[in-house]
Structures are given as structure tokens and as C-alpha cells.
Design a protein around this ligand. Structure first.
Ligand code: NDP
Ligand SMILES: CC(C)=CCC[C@@H](C)[C@H]1CC=C2C3=C(CC[C@@]21C)[C@@]1(C)CC[C@H](O)C(C)(C)[C@@H]1CC3
Length: 418
């Protein structure tokens, strides 16, 4: 049986109680959003219009569609890749290999959906299935997380994540015990992080656009903007797929309910909230305002991409000409920390860019409702919490060098404010 982690690993997310609360709260919030977005008042903080019974939530067709989708994405993951990348060094000094073919999966899926549409595939019917699809995804992720938990029971100690092995069943089930659960070369966490949920989000958005066109003759400018911005975000993530190997999720977190539910249910069904809102609550948007929103989105993307690429290039090859001139702090681990360029502005410039983009995704929905701004509120909370987790880990890794970095770059996300 796999050993537990030592007493030195502090419990995160409020320990077992916090984990249990989140396991109830996250699915409940997702269903609340799906219900209120199609109601007349669309109030984020109001009660849902009704409490759906099992006959509304459960649909064998939805489960079949979900499993077909997962199967298709798994098959595309197994196709020959243009490149195979090596991950970060593991506890046992080995490195895992990952196929870089996520963008290819997006393009092939788009071609298949395009073919389907020309053959009469009723994509516009998908919005009506979102509730049963979300229910099927929730059940599937609970079962999947249970299987992952059981798989970790027989994993060697070196395969376990630094957190998620406290010995408390609920906490470990939520956080995830194994760092990189795999069957042969199929890596479940890497697959789920970027493929079924992110690509699913784009096609849910497209289905909402198609249904809007069917209902009102053509998609609105606001719907085009939301679809365009979010397609750019997902396309960018898949194009720079290799960069995900240096994120906290892949390097540090185990694969349990939090990430499985986050990747497969939360992302596609709540990140598409703005497009859902626009289908049920059309909003007028003039060209000048649309231009301002595009500018905000472009600024956010410029910071997000610039910061992420600068760090990834530096981590892969510090003498790359694009980063070789940047100022750095040496650390006892042999790795260096950037203190100029994007990473000299604030300690998490990539979060700042991501938050600016989040705002640009909500602005096309107008200012009459709080609901489409849910993503901005949730994402701010997520990134502030994530930033605190990352700071703890960096302090542990780099000690005095991290203190020096914090002294030289005092702001975390927003210059002169936070
Ligand atoms: N849309 C969404 O729902 C979400 C999006 N994101 C996005 O994902 C991206 C990745 O985020 P995340 O994994 O949280 O964190 P980061 O990509 O910011 O990675 C943090 C790591 O970067 C390294 N680092 C920190 N400071 C420096 C420095 N000055 N110089 C060099 N390396 C440094 C450290 O690792 P080391 O030194 O070991 O390399 C640290 O642990 C972000 O753009 C974020 O906005 C994140 C969560 C959710
Ligand atoms: C509250 C809750 C449900 C927790 C789970 C959080 C997850 C939804 C997010 C954790 C980190 C994520 C990342 C992305 C999507 C959301 C999750 C899974 C990401 C794939 C989005 C696209 C970006 O370009 C990214 C690749 C940098 C990013 C990585 C982190």
C-alpha cells in the first residue's frame, strides 16, 4: 500500500472539512449557474428558478455523448505527435514524456464538427442538453476520482504528490494522491488538463452561437466577441501545450477530484457562462465599445503570453537570446529567478494578464447583470489563493533567495496595489 505523506506537509483548502465543503459547493455552484442563466431575472445571488428532479438531470443520451467525446479526445491524444516533450525532473530523477498534439486535436475536432454540420448535425440542440451533460460529467468525475484514488493505493512512494497523502480519505480524494497517474504512456492528468474540457468549452460556445443564429437570424456582435476571445485563449493554450508542463497542476498537485471535476465539468459548463447568458439575454453592443473591449483583451493577452513565454523560455534555456539579458537572482537549488522583464514588474504577471482577459470576456454582456461577471469574481479568488499556495512552495524551494525576490519585486499581481 502507498505510504502517507509526513507530518511536515501542511493541509491546504481548509483540510478535510474544507475539501468536503468544496466537493459539495463546486457542483452545486455549477448547477446554480446553469439554472439561473436561463431564468428571466438571471440573478447570480438569487435563488434558482426551480430545483430540477432526476428526470431533468439524468439522460442516457447525455452520458453517451459525454463518453463519446472523451473517447474521441483520447483517440486524438494517441495519434502520432509532431513532438514528444520531456517533463520536469521527478523525485526519482526520471522525466516523463508527453505528446505535443493538442492543437492538432483541436483542428481535427473542428474538421469533424464541420463535416457533421454539413451533414445536418443539430449542434444548436446542444444548449438544451447542458444540464444533463453537466450532471453526467459530475457523476463521471466522481467515479473517475474514486478509480484514481484506488490506483494510487498500489503506486510506489516516489509516484505520490507532495500533498494529497495525509491519510484522510476525503482530503486525499479531493486533492489527489498520485502526481502523474498513467496507464502505459497515457497520462490522465495531462490529457484532462488541456483536451476534453477546454476543447469542449469552445464547442459549447459554438453551439450557443449557432442556436442564437437559428433564433435571431444571425449571431450578435457580443456573441462573436465572446466566442472569438475564448477560442483564442483555448487555441493559445493548445499551441503552447508544452508550457503546461511547468504549471503548478502538473508539477505539484496530485490528480484527484479537484482537478478531474475542474477540468472535465467546471471548465466547459461554467467558463461558457457568458455565451450562455447572451443566448438567453441578448445585449446590444456598438462598434466603439466592441473596439474598446478588443483593446482590453489584446492588452491582457499581451501580458499573459509575454509573461508565460518569458518564464518558459528561461526555464528551458536561460541563455536563449530573448531572455539572456534579463537580471536574475541565483538560488541554492542552482535555478535562477528572473527579477527584470515581466517578472520584475510583479511576482505573477501572467495572472494579471489572465484577469484582464477575464474582464474582456464579461464586458460584451453589458453591465445590467452581475451573473456574467461570475468568472471574473471566481477567477480573482482562485488566483489570489493560487498565488498564496505558490508563494509558500517557492519559499520552501528557494528560502532566502525568495525573500530577496519579494524585497526587489514587492507587488504580487497588481502593481502598487496588491
Ligand atoms: N483559466 C484558468 O482557469 C486558470 C489559468 N491559470 C493560468 O495558468 C498559468 C500558469 O499558472 P500557475 O501554474 O499557477 O503558475 P506560474 O506559471 O506562474 O508558475 C509559478 C512558478 O513559476 C516559477 N517562478 C515564479 N517566479 C519566478 C521568477 N521570478 N523567475 C522564474 N521562475 C519563476 C516558480 O517555479 P520554478 O521556479 O520551480 O520554475 C513558480 O512555482 C497562468 O497564466 C495562470 O493565469 C491558472 C489557473 C487557472
Ligand atoms: C475551483 C476549481 C473547480 C478548481 C479547479 C481549478 C481548475 C479549473 C483550473 C486549475 C488550473 C487550471 C488551468 C487551466 C484551466 C483551468 C484549470 C484546470 C488552463 C489549462 C487554461 C488555459 C491556460 O492557457 C493554461 C494552460 C495556462 C491553464 C493552466 C491551468
Amino acid at each position: 500500500m502507498a505510504p502517507r505523506q509526513g507530518p511536515q506537509a501542511p493541509l491546504e483548502f481548509g483540510g478535510p472539512l474544507g475539501a468536503a465543503a468544496l466537493m459539495l459547493l463546486l457542483p452545486a455552484t455549477m448547477f446554480h449557474l446553469l439554472l439561473v442563466v436561463r431564468s428571466g431575472p438571471a440573478r447570480l445571488l438569487g435563488p434558482p428558478p426551480y430545483l430540477p428532479g432526476l428526470e431533468v438531470l439524468w439522460s442516457p443520451q447525455a452520458l453517451l455523448l459525454l463518453l463519446t467525446w472523451l473517447g474521441l479526445q483520447a483517440a486524438l491524444y494517441l495519434l502520432p505527435a509532431r513532438k514528444v516533450a520531456e517533463g520536469q525532473e521527478l523525485k526519482d530523477k526520471s522525466r516523463l514524456r508527453y505528446p505535443i498534439n493538442g492543437f492538432q486535436a483541436l483542428v481535427v475536432t473542428a474538421l469533424l464538427v464541420g463535416l457533421g454540420l454539413s451533414a445536418g448535425l443539430p449542434l444548436g440542440a446542444l444548449p438544451e442538453m447542458l444540464l444533463p451533460l453537466a450532471f453526467a460529467a459530475t457523476i463521471t468525475t466522481f467515479i473517475f476520482s474514486l478509480l484514481l484514488y484506488m490506483k494510487a493505493q498500489v503506486a510506489p512512494a516516489s509516484a505520490l504528490a507532495p500533498g494529497g497523502n495525509s491519510g484522510n480519505l476525503i482530503y486525499d480524494f479531493f486533492l489527489g494522491r498520485e502526481l502523474n497517474p498513467r496507464i502505459c504512456s497515457f497520462d490522465f492528468k495531462y490529457f484532462c488538463e488541456l483536451r476534453p474540457g477546454l476543447i469542449g468549452w469552445v464547442f459549447i460556445n459554438l453551439a450557443l452561437l449557432v442556436q442564437e443564429a437559428e433564433l435571431r437570424g444571425s449571431p450578435s456582435l457580443a456573441m462573436w466577441l465572446v466566442n472569438g476571445f475564448q477560442l483564442l485563449y483555448v487555441g493559445d493554450a493548445l499551441w503552447h501545450e508544452e508550457a503546461v508542463l511547468t504549471t503548478m497542476d502538473i508539477m505539484h498537485d496530485g490528480f484527484g477530484f479537484m482537478l478531474a471535476f475542474g477540468d472535465l465539468a467546471w471548465v466547459p459548463f461554467t467558463y461558457s457562462l457568458q455565451a450562455q447568458f447572451l443566448l438567453y439575454h441578448p445585449q446590444p453592443l456598438g462598434l466603439p465599445m466592441a473596439a474598446v473591449i478588443c483593446l482590453i483583451s489584446a492588452i491582457g493577452y499581451y501580458i499573459f503570453r509575454g509573461a508565460n513565454s518569458q518564464k518558459n523560455t528561461f526555464r528551458k534555456n536561460p541563455s536563449d537570446p530573448s531572455v539572456a539579458g534579463l537580471e536574475t537572482i541565483p538560488t541554492a537549488t542552482g535555478r535562477q529567478l528572473l527579477v527584470s522583464g515581466w517578472w520584475g514588474m510583479v511576482r505573477h504577471p501572467n495572472y494579471l494578464g489572465d484577469l484582464i482577459m477575464a474582464l474582456a470576456w464579461s464586458l460584451p454582456c453589458g453591465v445590467s447583470h452581475l451573473l456574467p461577471y461570475f468568472y471574473v469574481l471566481y477567477f480573482t479568488a482562485l488566483l489570489v489563493h493560487r498565488e498564496a499556495r505558490d508563494e509558500r512552495q517557492c519559499l520552501q524551494k528557494y528560502g532566502r533567495a525568495w525573500h530577496e525576490y519579494c524585497r526587489r519585486v514587492p507587488y504580487r499581481i497588481l502593481p502598487y496595489i496588491y
